[in-house]
Design a protein around this ligand. Structure first.
Ligand SMILES: Nc1ncnc2c1ncn2[C@@H]1O[C@H](COP(=O)(O)OP(=O)(O)O)[C@@H](O)[C@H]1O
Ligand SMILES: CC(=O)N[C@@H](CCC(=O)OP(=O)(O)O)C(=O)O
Length: 289
C-alpha cells in the first residue's frame, strides 16, 4: 500500500487528535536511530527531531537514542586522504578507518548530540556500545569479502541503559562494540539500534533517515512484511544503506521489539505522527506469520 504525503494542516490536525492517546505510551521504551544522513555538522540550530525526542521524554516515554554519523566519518577520512569503501551499505574498516570511526562516533557526533539535548533542557548521557559491556561484538563475516573491523552484535547488556533511564537520563549511544579480548568494532548504527531495541523489548524501533521510508518506483511503501523485504532486496529495489536498515528492522522484530518503522528524520513531526497516530507515516515493517 502506498500513502500520500500529509499536508502541514493535516499533520497539525492529526497531532491534536492524538493528544488523548499519549498516556498509552507513558513508561514505554522507544528506541530511535537518529541517522546518519540527518546529522549535519554544527548548524547552530537544534534539529526539530531533537526537540521532538525531548518532548517524548517530557510526556513520560523513555526514548533511547542510537546515532549514526557515516557522513562525518567519510569527511574525516577524506581529510586524512583515506578512501571510504562500502559493501552492501557497510563501511570496510581497516585500522585507520576504525580510529576515525571511534573519533567521530564516540567523540564528535555523540558529544554534539548530547550537548544539543542538554541545551534543549533534557538530561542526556553519551555512551558507546563499549561502555558497561553494552554491545558484545565479533567480526562480521560477509559473502563479498573481508570487511575488516566491522562488528556484528553477539549480546546486549542493557544494565547501563536501565540505570540511566531510572535516573532520568536520556541515553545517547554510539554504535561501537568490543569482544572478550578487548578488540573494538565498528557496528552499523541501524544494526546496533535493532539489537538494542530487541534486548530492551522496546515498544517501538524507529529508524530515522533521509528518505520518507522504503521507496518503490519513487513511492513510499506504507507497510511491508519480512518476506516481501527479502524479495525487494533480491530484485534490487532495496539497496545500499537501506539493506542494513531493513535487516535491523527484522532483527528488532525477531528479538522482541513490538513495532518497527522507517521514517524521514527531516520531515517535521514525522516522529510524533508515527508514534501517536494509527495511520502513521513512513514504512512499517512487520513479521510475516
Ligand atoms: N528502496 C529504497 N528506498 C529508500 N531508500 C533506498 C532504497 N534503496 C536504497 N536506498 C538508499 O538508502 C539510503 C538510506 O541509507 P543510508 O544513506 O545509510 O541512511 P542513514 O545514513 O540515514 O543511515 C537512501 O538515501 C537511499 O539512497
Ligand atoms: C559498519 C558500518 O558501516 N558502520 C557505520 C557506523 C555509522 C553509521 O551507521 O552511520 P549512518 O547511520 O550515518 O550510516 C559507518 O562506519 O559508517
Amino acid at each position: 500500500m502506498v500513502t500520500e504525503t500529509l499536508s502541514p494542516a493535516e499533520k497539525a490536525h492529526v497531532l491534536l487528535e492524538a493528544l488523548p492517546y499519549i498516556q498509552k505510551f507513558a513508561g514505554k521504551i522507544v528506541v530511535i536511530k537518529y541517522g546518519g544522513s540527518s546529522i549535519e555538522p554544527d548548524s547552530g540550530a537544534i534539529d526539530p527531531v531533537i526537540l521532538d525526542i525531548i518532548w517524548l521524554k517530557q510526556v513520560g516515554l523513555f526514548p533511547v537514542v542510537v546515532h549514526g554519523g557515516g557522513k562525518a566519518i567519510t569527511r574525516l577520512l577524506e581529510r586524512l586522504g583515506h578512501q571510504a569503501q562500502f559493501v552492501d551499505g557497510l563501511r570496510v574498516t581497516d585500522e585507520t578507518t576504525l580510529e576515525a570511526v571511534e573519533m567521530v562516533l564516540g567523540g564528535l557526533v555523540n558529544q554534539q548530540l548530547v550537548a544539543a539535548f542538554n541545551a534543549g533542557g533534557c538530561k542526556a548521557a553519551g555512551l558507546t556500545g563499549v561502555d558497561g559491556g553494552l554491545l558484545s561484538a565479533r567480526q562480521k563475516t560477509h559473502p563479498l569479502g573481508d570487511l575488516g573491523r566491522v562488528g556484528e552484535v553477539q549480546a546486549v547488556n542493557t544494565d547501563l541503559i536501565h540505570a540511566l533511564l531510572q535516573n532520568g537520563f536520556l541515553p545517547v549511544i554510539a554504535p561501537l562494540g568490543s569482544d572478550e579480548h578487548g578488540a573494538r568494532y565498528n557496528i552499523n548504527a541501524d544494526s546496533a539500534a535493532g539489537a538494542i531495541a530487541a534486548a530492551l523489548g522496546a515498544e517501538k524501533l524507529i529508524l530515522l533517515t533521509d528518505v520518507p521510508g522504503i521507496l518503490k518506483e519513487g513511492q513510499v511503501i506504507n507497510q511491508v512484511s519480512s518476506d516481501d523485504v527479502h524479495s525487494l532486496i533480491e530484485d534490487g529495489t532495496i539497496a545500499g544503506g537501506m539493506v542494513p536498515k531493513v535487516e535491523a528492522c527484522l532483527a528488532g522484530l525477531a528479538g522482541g521489539a513490538k513495532q518497527v518503522h522507517i521514517l524521514n528524520g527531516k520531515d517535521p513531526h514525522a516522529l510524533l505522527l508515527e508514534i501517536f497516530t494509527e495511520r502513521g507515516v513512513g514504512t512499517l515493517v512487520y513479521e510475516a506469520k
